[in-house]
Design a protein around this ligand. Structure first.
Ligand code: N2P
Length: 351
C-alpha cells in the first residue's frame, strides 16, 4: 500500500530530478543521440567511438536476434530508433508498408564506393530507401578435435552421435531454408510438398538438437558445450580467436546469403545523423576496418584492396563460385510467408 504523502514526495523528487536528467555531463548543449537497432557483434566498437567524436554525439546500440523479432518489436509500437539493419527481404516488406524513409542521396557521397556487382542483384538497386551494410552467409561450425567424419553437408544435423550437442537457428527462414537446401529445393519455395519434406527432415534433426537459438551458440561452441552449430560466418571467425579448434564450412548443397541493409525508419528523429552514420560506414577505409574486425563483408568495392589477404582468400567470406551458384538470398514471398509460419510453429511445438 502507498504511504500517505507518497505521491507528494514522488512529485517533489521528480521536480528535483528533472534538472539533473536534463543537464549535460559537461557544459554546453546535450549531445544528440543516434539510436541504432542492429544485430549483435556487428560493428567494430572503436569505429562507433570515432563517429561519436567526429559528430559530437552519442550512439546507442540495441540488438535483435532475427528479422522477425525486430519487425515484431517495431510493429508492437517500439519507436525511437534512427537507424535499422534488417536483411534485404525484410527491408522490402517494411518499405512496402511505408515503414522506411526515403534516403537523401545528397547526404551520402560515399555511396559511389558501393559495389555495383552487388547492386545488380540488390532488391533496392537504386539505394532509394536502403544501403547495403554487410553480406553474410550461414553454414556449419564445429570443433575439429571433437567431431569426426565431417562431411560438408547440412546432413550433419542428422548425426545421432552428436545428439544434444548441436544447435540450429531460432530463425524461421534460416532453419527451414537449411533443410530446403539440403533437399535441393529453393529457400524461397512456395510449393507445399517441398515445405512438407523440409518439415519432416527438420523433425528428425530436432531430436538431435540441444536447442534452436541465435546467440549462445557462439560462447557454447567456444567453451565446448556445443560441438556443432548452425552459424553465421562472421560470428564464427570472431569465435575462432577464442578457440582455434573451431572450424567452419559452407555446405556443398549451397546456403543462404543475406545482405543486411542500413535503413532509416519513417519515424526517426535524428535523420541527418543517421545519414552521416551511413555515409561514415561506407568510407572505404572504415568499411575495410569494420570487415577486418567483424569478418562480414561490406559490399564497398574500394574497401576490397584494403582488406588483408586472409579475408580476401577466406572461402567462408568470399564464397567459392560453385557454392555461390547454389546459394540464394531470402526473398520477401508475401502472403506465402504464412506457409513458413505454419511449418515453423508445428516444428517448434513438436516433441
Ligand atoms: C551478427 C549476425 C548477423 C548476420 N551477429 C545476420 N544476417
Amino acid at each position: 500500500m502507498r504511504k500517505k504523502g507518497g505521491v507528494l514526495r514522488a512529485a517533489v523528487g521528480a521536480v528535483l530530478l528533472v534538472p539533473i536528467l536534463l543537464a549535460p555531463a559537461g557544459c554546453g548543449k546535450p549531445k544528440p543521440v543516434l539510436s541504432v537497432y542492429t544485430w549483435s557483434d556487428y560493428i567494430k566498437p572503436e569505429l562507433v567511438r570515432r563517429f561519436e567524436r567526429e559528430h559530437a554525439c552519442r550512439v546507442v546500440l540495441d540488438t535483435f536476434e532475427s528479422n522477425e523479432a525486430m519487425y515484431a518489436k517495431l510493429k508492437a509500437g517500439a519507436s525511437g530508433y534512427d537507424l535499422l539493419m534488417p536483411s534485404s527481404y525484410m527491408v522490402s516488406l517494411m518499405h512496402n508498408q511505408g515503414l522506411l524513409r526515403r534516403l537523401d542521396r545528397s547526404l551520402l557521397p560515399n555511396l559511389i564506393h558501393v559495389d555495383p556487382d552487388y547492386l545488380e542483384i540488390a532488391a533496392d538497386a537504386e539505394m532509394d530507401h536502403s544501403v547495403p551494410y554487410m553480406i553474410t552467409n550461414t553454414g556449419i561450425a564445429y570443433l575439429e578435435g571433437r567431431v569426426k567424419d565431417v562431411v560438408p553437408s547440412w546432413r550433419m544435423f542428422g548425426r545421432t552421435d552428436l545428439r544434444g550437442r548441436m544447435t540450429m537457428f531460432n530463425d524461421m527462414r534460416e532453419t527451414i531454408g537449411a533443410a530446403l537446401k539440403c533437399l535441393g529445393h529453393s529457400i524461397n519455395t512456395t510449393n507445399e510438398a517441398e515445405l512438407a519434406e523440409a518439415e519432416a527432415l527438420l523433425l528428425e534433426w530436432k531430436k538431435n538438437l540441444a536447442k534452436f537459438e541465435n546467440e549462445q551458440y557462439k560462447i557454447g561452441l567456444a567453451s565446448c558445450e556445443f560441438l556443432l552449430v548452425h552459424a553465421y560466418n562472421g560470428d564464427i571467425f570472431q569465435v575462432r580467436k577464442e578457440n582455434p579448434d573451431v572450424r567452419f564450412f559452407v555446405p556443398e548443397e549451397g546456403t543462404i546469403i543475406s545482405c543486411d541493409d542500413l535503413a532509416i525508419p519513417a519515424d526517426a528523429r535524428e535523420v541527418a545523423l543517421a545519414h552521416a552514420f551511413i555515409n561514415f560506414l561506407h568510407d572505404p577505409a572504415v568499411a575495410a576496418e569494420n570487415t577486418e574486425f567483424i569478418y562480414y563483408l561490406c559490399p564497398n568495392k574500394d574497401s576490397y584492396p584494403l582488406l588483408p589477404v586472409e579475408i580476401r582468400d577466406n572461402p567462408g567470406i568470399f564464397l567459392k563460385p560453385e557454392i555461390q551458384a547454389k546459394s540464394e538470398m531470402i526473398a520477401d514471398i508475401g502472403a506465402a510467408n504464412a506457409l513458413y509460419v505454419k511449418v515453423w510453429d508445428r516444428l517448434k511445438s513438436a516433441r
